[in-house]
Every structure is written in structure tokens, then in C-alpha cells.
Design a protein around this ligand. Structure first.
Ligand code: MN
Ligand code: MN
Length: 315
């Protein structure tokens, strides 16, 4: 199959130009099912910076990925077409020009009829992606994996920060709160009512300790029920996963989920009508043995497997 990424059985993994999974480097998403792009912006980070190197790290270790998902019984490239577009031309230190670049890039992918898969970058980038997605689909459903709700009104007196994207997305009418679910929140807080704010804004938030009580199957059912058939954006902040498994991130919170649990959760979302996806907050400088970046690459792979399953069931 010409569509398949280079096989490490004939071409060594370290021989590559640095695209995700050694996929083709594409200039346009026209006629493709998906397009991967990096948004290496980290100036909206509140603590450790360096997630600007996240896309590079994810791509680098993604040379380990093979196209067959044995559990899902699907080869991601048999039915799907897609590739890696490289990075959006963000402007370090300047959030609004960066937002404009990310929004234009995602809008281009969407107008080409492909699904955008964005590698962050800090979580502020998701607002720009949602602006493009909502222009095409109207207010979308949201599944948000994170240890933080990212619903702050302001951080350091600023409205645009990696702690505020979903508050802004609500205000801008980019997401439909009745179909939004945020999962995995935990850790100490300044505002003891922070988790209640989500409900006041019409969102559904399930903190990590409640997920532990209800179990993952009940969580999966809650996510599916909340989203229904609506076009849905999936955003995955790598700090959803416990820092024991994903140390390479900017604002870690202990008491999180294992890498296996994260993969199983994504794997379960096979019947959601996804219109966009991002994985954010991978910070290679704090990573060890590339484990965080490798987990991120595997999460992208699980997401691609869902798209492949959905497309092959249509054919
Ligand atoms: Mn976040
Ligand atoms: Mn977070």
C-alpha cells in the first residue's frame, strides 16, 4: 500500500524527515481525511514554559508507531488518507497573531474537507482551533481531558492564557455547554468552588476522585451521553495523565490516570462524531526517556484509529 508510512522492517526508524509516524509531508489537505499540524506556542503557560518543543518531540518518537491497531483491528492508513503539514507560523510571545495563524491553518484544513489534528503547544491554542471549527460547524460539543478545568476568567489579569481557553470559548459561543464534558480535574485550588463554576456555566465536570468512584465504564457512558450526535472537538491535555507516566508537562498534578487508562478511554470513543482533535502541554525538557511524548504519539494514534474504524464502516 503506497499510502502506508515507511516500515521499519525495510527503512530504519531514525531515517526520516521528522513527520508524524513518517507520514507524507503535505502542503494541502485537499481530498484528505485528516491533516496533522503543530502549534508550537507556549507563551501563555503560567508555570514552566517549553511546550513549544512538544510537536517536535511527539513527531520524533512517533517513528516508533506502526499502522496496525491490534485492539481495534484496524490499520489506520488502509482506509484513511492524510499526512503532516508541519507547523503553523505562530509568533512567539504574541498570542493574538499566533491565534490568527492557528485559526487560519485549522480553517484551511477544514475547508479542504479534512479533520485537523493539532500538536501543542500550551492549552491556549485550543481557543484558536475552536474559532475555526465553530465557523464551520457552529457551537460544538467538547470532550476535555485535563487535570485542570481551564475555565479561569483571568490569569495575571490577562484574558488569554492556558488557564482560560474554555471560558473564552463559552463567551464566544464556540462550544455548546450542554454538550461539553470535562474530565480528570484534581489538585489543590485557590478557589474552593472552582469545580462548581463549570456547572454554573452549564458545563459538566467530573473530577478525578469521582471518576475513581464511578469507574471508567461509567465515565465513558457519561461522555457519550453528554456529547450525543453533535459534532465534537476532543482536546487532550497530557496532564490528565499522572506525572508518574507523563512527567513532561508544565503544570503537573499528582493522583492522575495511567497511560493505559488514557489509551483505553480514547479507544472507547468510537461512535462520537469528531470534527477536530488536539493534544497539548507536552514539555520535553521535563520528560524522561521520551515517555510523555511517546504517550502523546500513541494518543494521536488511538484517535486516528477511531477515524479509520468510522471510515471503514462507512465503506
Ligand atoms: Mn489544560
Ligand atoms: Mn492541565
Amino acid at each position: 500500500m503506497s499510502n502506508q508510512p515507511a516500515s521499519a522492517l525495510s527503512s530504519p526508524r531514525f531515517c526520516n524527515m521528522g513527520t508524524f509516524m513518517r507520514m507524507p509531508h503535505i502542503q494541502s489537505a485537499k481530498g484528505l481525511d485528516f491533516a496533522i499540524a503543530g502549534a508550537p506556542f507556549d507563551t501563555a503557560s503560567s508555570f514552566r514554559s517549553g511546550s513549544r518543543f512538544g510537536p517536535h518531540a511527539i513527531r520524533s518518537i512517533s517513528c516508533m508507531m506502526k499502522p496496525n491497531n491490534v485492539i481495534q483491528q484496524v490499520n489506520i492508513m488502509d482506509s484513511l488518507t492524510g499526512g503532516d503539514m508541519g507547523d503553523f507560523p505562530i509568533v512567539p510571545g504574541y498570542i493574538h497573531p499566533s491565534y490568527a495563524a492557528i485559526e487560519a491553518g485549522v480553517a484551511g484544513i477544514l475547508s479542504d474537507g479534512a479533520l485537523p489534528i493539532v500538536l501543542g503547544g500550551d492549552h491556549s491554542i485550543t481557543l484558536a482551533e475552536l474559532r475555526a471549527v465553530a465557523k464551520k460547524y457552529g457551537p460544538v460539543a467538547l470532550i476535555h481531558f485535563d487535570s485542570h478545568s481551564d475555565l479561569c476568567d483571568e490569569v495575571f489579569g490577562e484574558k488569554y492564557n492556558h488557564g482560560t481557553p474554555f471560558r473564552r470559548a463559552l463567551e464566544e459561543g464556540l462550544i455548546d455547554p450542554a454538550h461539553c464534558i470535562q474530565v480528570g480535574m484534581r489538585g489543590s485550588l485557590y478557589d474552593p468552588n472552582e469545580h462548581k463554576i463549570a456547572a454554573e456555566l452549564g458545563m459538566k465536570l467530573i473530577p478525578a476522585h469521582i471518576i475513581r468512584k464511578m469507574g471508567l465504564d461509567a465515565l465513558i457512558a457519561a461522555m457519550k451521553e453528554r456529547v450525543g450526535n453533535k459534532p465534537c472537538f476532543l482536546t487532550f491535555d497530557i496532564d490528565f495523565v499522572d506525572p508518574a507516566y507523563a512527567p513532561g508537562t508544565g503544570t503537573p498534578e499528582v493522583g492522575g490516570f495511567t497511560s493505559l487508562e488514557a489509551l483505553e478511554l480514547i479507544r472507547s470513543l468510537t461512535d462520537i462524531n469528531f470534527v477536530g482533535f488536539d493534544i497539548v502541554e507536552v514539555l520535553p525538557a521535563y520528560d524522561h526517556g521520551e515517555i510523555t511524548a511517546y504517550l502523546a504519539a500513541n494518543i494521536v494514534f488511538e484517535f486516528l484509529s477511531i477515524l479509520a474504524l468510522q471510515k471503514s464502516s462507512q465503506n
